[in-house]
Design a protein around this ligand. Structure first.
Ligand SMILES: *[C@@H]1O[C@H](CO)[C@@H](O)[C@H](O)[C@H]1NC(C)=O
Length: 323
């Protein structure tokens, strides 16, 4: 039996616990409505030419603050990325505005007629970086894909992450140079190749596109064309079922995405975290972009804040379930 006084104290205690958990839930709801940022993408242009990145958010995930912008050579831009975001980024090249103000690009064009892609994806061929953040096991899944062909070198470097096989991936080399003649794309106003189609883009065969009876990993196998891409960029997807050597995972990371990253030798550079020794292009070289050496700053809305809030909520929820 509780005494009146004890009951009063207990009630007050329970009320204060409930109200603090309610205010925490309220705070979290607010944070979710306004978007919690879990990571940042720092996109850098190390190419000797201008690149217009495009961003496409997956169905059901929040859009990023920009869907397309310009990066002059040497420039970079950081975007905050909401929890659970999935989508892809790519680079558009040789872009211009016509006399009516319509914007278009020779490679990676998204067809919006503007610098912002506003929900439109890249016309192949284009190198793609793909992300699913906070997926299975709480891990971020990321890859560089040449399944839709190649237009310029792209590399993803996780920063301050842990877990999974959290390492640098991408494609350092200029595949346009060695592109087989059946696959190469040239531009009228530019000398040389501007992009390299995948065999699926070029020929549309089910066997290359892993569609129809080839729509599973047992029947869709690498081709001499996909092997050309795989040899040039061993860590990038060369065809649809190339997952084993091309998907990477990481937890609590920010990501640096670089166009035309430079490579330095392992001896002179600091190894990127989690580097497992396999190559991006060439066994002797690993990626370490000059701009990364100084360390790009992480987003202002850090994952730290979120990390501190979520465990508390879990504790309160457990307490409430038990109580
Ligand atoms: C990285 O880990 C994922 C998930 O465990 C796995 O599917 C993938 O094959 C691994 N990637 C590489 C390149 O080993």
């Amino acid at each position: 039996m509780l005494l009146e006084a004890e009951r009063g104290v207990l009630e007050q205690f329970v009320r204060s616990q409930v109200s603090s958990s309610i205010s925490l839930v309220f705070l979290l709801t607010l944070l979710f409505i306004s978007g919690i940022y879990s990571a940042s993408f720092t996109i850098s242009n190390n190419c000797p030419y201008t690149v217009w990145p495009g961003v496409l958010s997956g169905a059901g995930t929040e859009a990023l603050s920009s869907t397309g912008f310009v990066l002059q050579k040497g420039e970079s831009k950081t975007l905050s990325v909401p929890v659970g975001w999935s989508g892809r980024l790519w680079g558009r090249t040789l872009c211009s505005e016509d006399s009516t103000g319509k914007f278009s690009c020779v490679t990676g064009d998204c067809g919006s007629g503007k610098i912002e892609c506003t929900g439109d994806g890249a016309a192949p061929p284009a190198t793609l970086v793909e992300f699913t953040l906070n997926g299975a096991g709480g891990l971020d899944f990321y890859d560089v894909s040449l399944v839709d062909g190649y237009n310029l070198p792209m590399v993803i470097q996780p920063k301050d992450g842990s877990g999974g096989n959290c390492s640098v991936t991408g494609c350092l080399g200029d595949i346009n140079k060695g592109c087989p003649s059946e696959l190469k794309v040239t531009s009228v106003d530019s000398s040389g190749n501007v992009a390299c189609k995948s065999a699926c883009n070029a020929f549309g065969d089910a066997q290359y596109c892993c569609s129809g009876e080839y729509g599973n990993p047992n029947t869709c196998k690498p081709s001499s064309f996909s092997e050309f891409f795989k040899t040039a960029c061993p860590r990038a997807y060369s065809y649809a079922y190339d997952d084993g050597t091309s998907t990477f995972t990481c937890a609590n990371a920010d990501y640096l995405i670089t166009f035309c990253a430079t490579s330095t030798s392992r001896k002179s550079g600091k190894n990127p975290k989690g580097e497992d020794g396999s190559s991006l292009n060439d066994a002797a070289m690993i990626f370490l972009g000059g701009s990364y050496a100084s360390g790009a700053s992480s987003s202002s809305l850090s994952k730290g804040g979120e990390m501190m809030i979520l465990p508390k909520v879990q504790i309160i929820l457990q307490w409430k379930l038990r109580g």
